[in-house]
Design a protein around this ligand. Structure first.
Ligand code: ATP
Ligand code: MG
Length: 403
């Protein structure tokens, strides 16, 4: 039998979940299956971790996809070998050959399930350790090895693994609820979406465009961002709402320095309606306290006053530089950098109030007939399902936006 590739995947925070643990695990396993695609996926539970094989994927692709699934803390490429000490030792030596240059200290850690294997765990560890010493001349360090070799002995098979790669951590998407993320083309909101998913929220998106007063670039960016975020959640709905006319009506009604906050309140009102229609329990934005004039504490409070649903702001305490570094890490930065005509900058007055109050905003909104503006904007909105796994092409690829 040829060594078959598989992966040992370790649970993240799920292990803290007491009575609900089984349900969290089932959600995680369902998400893993979706991320891997294909029919012949084998996922076995082994205490705090899972053994995964997917014959339709090569070892690197299998590892890469599992590294993007929320809720796994460690992902270890492994090989499955026949049920003999010799096969286990040979597999370990093979895997360790890549580390020959460094001459690391090492230790063999064996876990055994069932009593069918002829050697005890300690005997097998000692046997493999001796073979490795003979082959490479490395030193054993049981307490703090540079290279721990993991050997899992199942009732009929053995799994051997050396490399430990980081997973995303967090909780499985879908196990804490459903959110609607206000997704602009900037750096912040995609990171806010990612951080929400990482805490188990299943996310949909709403993007506001300045149409008919702006070109479609911002919509392409929102679509491209949603596409990129599909690495972490394979399927999501993206609502696109042309909001230019409604914003113009607010300007005409004399919103003056309140204009920016009036826009944000309009976004929340429309988002709330969409959220209720599609069973999203909370709204999420990329606001960070004090980042720009619209994000002073008074303005955030005045903005929230327009919505009944709670508004989560995962980046409230983040610096811009931290947000951009995270955007780079999760793969949204290059898209956010692309130029677009943002609807936020439409009709902005020279001066932005940093202390808007709900009372004065309500007055402007009454003059502009905000309920009618919300209804008109919703009537012009449309929804796209973003699901790259179904063969949808990436917009950045399709449009050649990024080399
Ligand atoms: P930037 O990275 O430029 O700050 P941003 O997306 O954070 O981009 P802000 O002006 O700071 O833009 O807006 C604060 C939040 O309001 C955003 O994070 C986003 O959640 C929401 N928002 C702003 N503009 C839009 C838009 N056009 N469509 C959807 N949501 C938006
Ligand atoms: Mg921002």
């Amino acid at each position: 039998m040829d060594p078959a590739t598989c992966v040992l995947a370790k649970f993240g925070e799920i292990t803290l979940k007491g009575r609900n643990q089984r349900w969290f695990e089932n959600t995680l396993i369902r998400n893993m299956r979706r991320a891997l695609g294909g029919r012949r996926i084998d996922i076995r539970r082994r205490g705090g971790f899972l053994i995964v094989s997917a014959p339709h994927l090569g070892p690197e692709e299998l590892t890469r996809r599992l590294q993007q699934v929320m809720g796994l803390s460690v992902v270890q490429p492994a090989v499955r070998v026949p049920f003999t000490p010799e096969a286990a030792a040979e597999a370990a030596i093979d895997l360790l050959r890549d580390h020959k240059e460094q001459s690391p200290t090492f230790a063999v850690r064996v876990r055994r399930r069932g009593k069918t294997f002829p050697l005890t765990s300690d005997q097998l560890a000692a046997y493999i350790g001796a073979r490795v010493c003979r082959e490479f001349g490395w030193t054993v360090d049981l307490r703090n090895p540079q290279l721990p070799v993991v050997v899992e002995v199942d009732p009929t098979e053995i799994f051997v693994s050396v490399d430990r790669l980081p997973g995303q951590g967090g909780l499985p998407v879908g196990c804490t609820g459903r959110a609607l993320v206000l997704l602009s083309g900037g750096y912040d909101s995609p990171v806010a979406a990612y951080r929400s998913m990482r805490r188990g929220l299943q996310c949909d998106y709403v993007h506001f465009t300045g149409a008919p007063y702006t070109d479609p670039a911002s919509t392409y960016k929102a679509y491209a961002l949603a596409f990129q975020l599909a690495r972490y959640q394979p399927r999501a709905r993206l609502h696109v709402v042309p909001i230019g006319r409604a914003q113009k009506a607010l300007a005409t009604a004399g919103s003056g320095p309140l204009q920016t906050v009036a826009h944000r309140r309009l976004y929340l009102r429309v988002a709330e309606r969409l959220a209720r229609r599609h069973n999203n329990q909370v709204l999420v934005t990329g606001d960070s306290l004090g980042q720009v004039a619209s994000q002073t504490l008074a303005n955030l409070v005045a903005t929230d006053d327009a919505a009944e649903l709670p508004v989560l702001r995962p980046l409230i305490g983040w610096d811009k530089q931290e947000i951009i570094a995270e955007a780079r890490r999760i793969g949204t930065c290059d898209i956010s950098t692309l130029p677009d005509e943002d609807c936020c900058r439409l009709f902005t007055p020279p001066e932005v109030s940093t202390r808007a109050t709900p009372a004065e905003l309500v007055e402007v909104e009454a003059r502009a007939d905000v309920d009618a503006l919300v209804a008109e904007s919703l009537a012009q909105s449309y929804s796209i399902v973003v699901a790259p796994g179904t063969g949808q092409r990436s917009p950045t690829e399709a449009l050649g936006l990024i080399g």
